[in-house]
Design a protein around this ligand. Structure first.
Ligand code: 6R9
Length: 650
């Protein structure tokens, strides 16, 4: 990657931005030297029921990891996202919804309406016995009711656990079980790109697969109107439940450190982790980053294209924009339906000011040349943003030219499910841009680069990316497993949070994220643990052993490359390869479908039996000359066979 090209702060933002260059420098300095003072001041952007007296109580020491912010203050997230805006904005759009089907009926939900809908659903949940601290699982399409459900939980102090609608019944049941949910909110079907996904049917199957949780109520939204099976003892229709509820639902007073939600994400080992986010710090972090990174002004239409099933949807479709009294866009569909011009037509239709999306979406549109913006005006846009994976400079420039007409800065925002909100990103009025770099840390964020021995590196260099101090939106623990939390994030480098990413810092102090250094794949911006895919594969009768690595993929960024050793009585065939792909798809979900299956008689193992993935990664990426030291392998000969097999498979 070259960092020659620099795109200076534009005149528009130099004159008008909330944070200019000098302000960034002084605020950043202050946030590092006096974090307590800085965050105490910033916390005023939230409405507290009872003010806090302590700002921060944090230890990253391995034997005592704890992270608490504002921990004697109380507030309610839904009140902050809705009620406090009513006086000024009850008639202003809070959510604008565009359906999958172009020309279908869209919806504009004002803050007043949001308040009524959320209150009624909150009362409905209460009537089903949901109490403060209960975990409610949401398995929803991209419709306003998904946001209502999140906020209804927050209103009564219940914890939401949103599961992406693309996950399989198996994956869903694991998450329902882990959370101990007794109530699930879903929809008859979801619609995406003209196709339907049988959400209710998946829930029925998931519930029957649950080993620990006894699901007592399934609330089903009538969305497509499809026929679904109904269990009279367990199921109720969303509209019938809310239809009989009062519009008055007092908010629950929550401690800042009470859990707001759990969201599952993939790690390098084991099952997905339930990432725990709490109320005060998370909300503050999403609100402040949404305002400053996107230079957001109330009245503007903000469009983050992520699904609410991911952290990006939580933070920048729902909580950040609504905490700021903003107007947030929700799109049910996909970028290429009915054709690749859909996104730009939506931007024009609703006069979107900021469009925040993923590099994989940009690359897939880029492959279509000018078609995605043909005939579009796009003059409402002032700012563009990306998230989810490194963006290649070519895609950056295409996005900048075609969507931004060379005028709109792009904020390349680096963060994680675990970080709650953006941590490294340009601010449009303060930061000159370099395509491919997430640039500089946000306020209060202390990144550092480490070598393999755990020493901090200075100056322009590369290393493992850590964060040396806490920020309010940081995850607090893994649900039911604090030891795993400590082990995963605080044991690689003493006294620092390890991100799992590698990065380079250039002469200007800009950060360039190079990607995961652990066994986590990033497929189309979605995290996927190699171990999850492997355990799905070995559950198939024909498979003796499987090793999964990432390989370069033009659109998805990374593809899923699988090495499979078959059992004695099975033999390789194209049919079996197809069957295994389908199998993984069914076990986890379509996003986990392998791209390449390579049959392997043996895998490269050390004498102690550990698979050397480094070698498998290099082979899958055609980098045969960079295999490194293979002398510690139990049987070095497997490498030649694997290279030969790769030429056949790829
Ligand atoms: C928000 C989100 C987190 C991982 C992260 C990193 C990659 C995210 C990035 C980026 C380079 C960016 N990542 N943003 N890499 N530049 N701007 O994506 O959360 O799904 O948990 O993924 O995604 O590898 O560690 P999550």
């Amino acid at each position: 990657m070259s960092d020659e090209a620099v795109y200076p702060v534009t005149d528009h933002f130099r004159n008008k931005a909330l944070v200019d260059r000098d302000t960034y420098e002084s605020m950043y300095q202050r946030s590092i030297e006096d974090p307590e003072g800085f965050w105490a001041e910033q916390a005023k952007r939230l409405d507290w029921i009872k003010p806090f007296s302590r700002v921060k109580d944090v230890s990253f020491a391995r034997n005592d990891v704890h992270i608490r912010w504002f921990d004697d203050g109380t507030l309610n997230a839904a009140a902050n996202c809705i009620d406090r805006h009513l006086e000024q904005r009850s008639g202003q759009p809070a959510i604008i919804w565009e359906p999958d089907e172009e020309g279908g009926e869209n919806r504009v939900i004002t803050y007043g309406e949001l308040h009524r809908e959320v209150s009624k659903l909150a009362n409905g949940l209460k009537s089903l016995g949901v109490r403060k601290g209960d975990i409610v699982t949401l398995y929803m399409p991209m419709v306003p009711e998904a946001a209502y459900a999140m906020l209804a939980c927050a209103r009564i102090g219940a914890i939401h656990s949103v599961v992406f609608g693309g996950f399989s019944p198996e994956a869903l049941s694991g998450r329902i079980d882990d959370g101990g949910s007794r109530v699930v909110i879903t929809s008859d079907e979801a619609k995406r790109g003209g196709k339907t996904v049988p959400l209710k049917q998946n829930v029925d199957e998931a519930v029957s697969l649950c080993r620990e949780s006894k699901v007592e109520s399934v609330i089903t939204l009538k969305h497509t109107g499809a026929d679904v099976s109904f269990d009279a003892n367990r199921d109720c229709w969303y509209h019938e439940l809310v239809g009989k509820q009062s519009e008055d639902c007092p908010v629950e007073e929550m401690n800042a450190e009470d859990t707001l939600f759990v969201l599952y994400t993939s790690g390098s080992t084991g099952k997905p982790k339930g990432v725990v986010h709490t109320t005060g710090g998370y909300l503050l972090h999403t609100a402040i980053t949404h305002e400053y990174v996107f230079d957001y002004r109330p009245g503007e239409v903000f469009w983050c294209s992520a699904d609410v099933g991911w952290i990006t949807g939580h933070s920048y479709v729902v909580y950040g924009p609504l905490a700021n009294g903003g107007t947030t866009m929700m799109f049910e569909g996909v970028p290429n339906y009915p054709d690749v011009g859909r996104l730009s037509r939506i931007i024009d239709k609703y006069k979107v000011a900021t469009f925040y999306t993923a590099p994989t979406a940009i690359r897939s549109l880029m492959a279509e040349g000018d078609k995605p913006v043909a005939g579009a005006d796009l003059s409402s846009l002032k700012l563009l943003g990306t998230v989810g994976e490194p963006i290649n400079p070519e895609a950056w420039r295409w996005f900048h030219q075609k969507f931004g007409k060379g005028q709109c800065p792009i904020v390349d925002t680096w963060w994680q499910t675990e970080t709650g909100g953006i941590l490294i990103s340009p601010l449009p009025g303060a930061t000159d841009l370099k395509p491919g770099s997430a640039t500089k840390p946000f306020f209060g964020v202390k990144p550092a680069l480490m070598d393999a021995e755990g020493n901090e590196l200075e100056g322009a260099t590369s290393g493992g990316l850590v964060l040396k101090d806490s920020w309010p939106g940081q995850m607090r623990t893994i649900l039911h497993n604090h030891d795993r939390f400590v082990e995963t994030y605080f044991s690689t480098y003493e006294g620092a949070y390890f991100t799992g990413d590698g990065a380079r810092r250039d002469e200007d102090g800009y950060y360039w994220i190079t990607g995961r250094v652990d066994d986590v794949l990033n497929v189309s911006g979605h995290r996927m643990g190699t171990a999850e895919v492997e355990s799905a594969l070995v559950a198939h009768d024909a498979v003796a052993e499987a090793a999964v690595v990432g390989c370069p993929h033009e659109i998805k960024g990374q593809g899923i490359y699988v090495y499979v050793t078959l059992n004695q009585d099975s033999s390789p065939s194209d049919e079996l390869a197809k069957e295994l792909k389908q199998w993984v798809r069914k076990e986890i979900g379509p996003i986990a479908t392998p791209d390449v299956i390579q049959w392997a008689d043996g895998l490269p193992k050390t004498r102690s039996g550990k698979i050397m993935r480094r070698i498998l990664r290099k082979i899958a990426s055609d980098e045969f000359d960079q295999l490194g030291d293979t002398s510690t392998l139990a049987d070095p000969n497997v490498v030649d066979d694997l290279i030969e097999g790769h030429r056949v498979a790829a």
